[in-house]
Design a protein around this ligand. Structure first.
Ligand code: ADP
Length: 251
């Protein structure tokens, strides 16, 4: 954020480098139920980001000392593949960043999954970033929410996430990596789709109070668009499964 002495131009003729307006999301494609071994899954492309999310559970909680007698334990693993990004990052293995992101994403889902329905169990959520171009935590949260719904895990709401912030002094939404690196402020936000409860809010950079409130409005507007795509992706699973197994539909 704000880094580098050779800062590139981020706006050309009033448009962002990829031709977007300030409040325009990158194209998002969501496909639910793509992995047959997982209880729920989702493949999501968001601009150049490619994310696979998978959910297992509710299943036995191991190690046993982590068992919660009143609720399911949520485990989250966000991982960046070694080939996800440029050479500068291409080191395999866990990092401080992925440990932090796994933790904050776990906290998002602890607040929406109705864990009390499955006491003494564990629900495991894995998010693999196959390709990264800024905003992977938001894309991973959006995908994981679909994977949980696909697994039939009861939740208070779906979760949508998007980054908002400031680039070249202008408020904007959904930063690509270059905007993330050279912008003035980046705020990833996750909200529950219907109630718009804030489930994650991180901030890198500086904004005024007014800018912050406008940015929040932009994020809430965008969350409605993302939510519509999530619902569409979940409905498509039923259409696909009905077409795959026409005989089982009878009765
Ligand atoms: P986010 O992806 O949520 O925006 P960051 O702001 O930490 O998270 O990173 C911005 C972008 O920088 C990422 O989307 C990715 O393109 C790149 N990046 C950061 N850290 C890594 C990493 N460890 N491996 C690969 N790419 C990374």
């Amino acid at each position: 954020m704000g880094g580098g002495t050779n800062k590139p131009v981020l706006f050309v003729d009033g448009k962002r480098l990829d031709g977007r307006d300030i409040d325009e999301l990158r194209p998002i494609k969501i496909k639910a139920s793509v992995l047959h071994r997982a209880n729920g899954s989702c493949y999501l492309e968001w601009g150049e980001n490619k994310i696979m999310a998978a959910v297992f559970g509710p299943r036995e909680c191991i190690p046993r000392h982590r068992v919660d007698p009143y609720s399911a334990v949520i485990n989250c693993r966000y991982r960046m593949s070694p080939f996800a990004s440029l050479d500068e990052h291409s080191k395999a293995g866990p990092s401080r960043r992925s440990t932090e992101l796994s933790k904050v994403i776990r906290e998002v889902f602890e607040n929406v999954v109705i864990g009390s329905k499955y006491p003494k169990t564990a629900i495991d959520i894995s998010m693999e970033v196959l390709q990264a171009d800024g905003g992977t935590r938001c894309a991973a949260i959006t995908a994981a929410s679909i994977a949980l719904a696909d697994a039939g895990i009861p939740m208070k709401d779906l979760v949508c996430a998007v980054a908002v912030g400031k680039i070249d002094g202008k408020l904007a939404i959904d930063f690509s990596k270059i905007e993330d690196n050279y912008g003035n402020a980046d705020i990833p936000i996750a909200v529950s789709s219907r109630n718009k409860e804030i489930l994650l809010l991180q901030m890198d950079g500086l904004m005024t109070k007014d800018e912050m409130s406008q940015a929040m409005d932009m994020a809430i507007n965008a969350s409605d668009k993302i939510h519509a795509l999530q619902v569409e992706a979940l409905k498509e699973v039923y259409t696909r499964k009905a077409q795959d197994k026409p005989d089982e539909q009878v009765s």
